[in-house]
Every structure is written in C-alpha cells, then in structure tokens.
Design a protein around this ligand. Structure first.
Ligand SMILES: [Zn+2]
Ligand SMILES: [Zn+2]
Length: 120
C-alpha cells in the first residue's frame, strides 16, 4: 500500500477518518490512531472522544442495571412479609403479589445479565 498523497512512499497506516493510506510525512499520530496531518486531525480526535465516552457509559451500565431488580426484590420482600405476618394470619393477596415481584426481579436480573454477557 502506498501513500494517497505521495504514490512513491510506502504507507505506514490509514487515516481513521477517510481510510486513505498515509506515509510517515502525512500521518499525524494521535495516540490511538492516525489521521491526515492538518486535514482530519480534529475529526479523528472528536471520533476518539465519542468512542471513549460511549465505552465509559457502556462499562458502567452493568452496575446501573442492578437498580431495577433490587427495587423489585425489595418490594417483593415487603409484600411477601406483609402477607405472611399480617395480624389476621397469612393473607394470600399480598403474598402472591410479593412472590410476583420477586420473580419479576429475578427475570429482570437474568435478562439484563444476558444483555451484557461477554462484557468485562
Ligand atoms: Zn483523512
Ligand atoms: Zn504522504
């Protein structure tokens, strides 16, 4: 592969923005990628920033997805406890409601885990 601007020079890499071959004279090394010097440096810099930000959001997501299941689990225990220890003996409705909430919490947890499987 040869440089897009200098057909005689061997390319050292590709611009992350336009994917053209760049020789050592044309390439600007931005740390995590090459860019056409003085042409696509800013675009590639912005692209890297967006990728970094979304990677950060994505990696913090597995912690956030626990909030829903924990809330339902708490509600489930509350209702189930109310059903089991109500003053008139065991009352079925809150107990069933509580079990339903707990089941929903488990399903929500398993589903969100499956969504993020393979993530570190
Ligand atoms: Zn470029
Ligand atoms: Zn060149």
């Amino acid at each position: 592969m040869h440089c897009f601007n200098h057909p005689d020079n061997v390319a050292v890499g590709l611009c992350k923005c336009c994917s053209r071959g760049l020789c050592a004279d044309c390439a600007a090394d931005l740390g995590h990628g090459l860019a056409c010097r003085d042409r696509h440096e800013q675009q590639v810099e912005a692209m890297n920033m967006i990728i970094e930000q979304s990677a950060r959001i994505y990696s913090s997501a597995p912690k956030n997805i626990l909030i829903g299941p924990i809330f339902f689990l708490f509600m489930g225990l509350l209702f189930a406890g109310f059903g089991l220890f109500s003053p008139n003996g065991i009352s079925a409705f809150p107990l069933l409601l509580g079990v339903g909430f707990i089941l929903f919490a488990v399903v929500a947890f398993v589903r969100s885990r499956a969504l993020f499987r393979g993530q570190p």
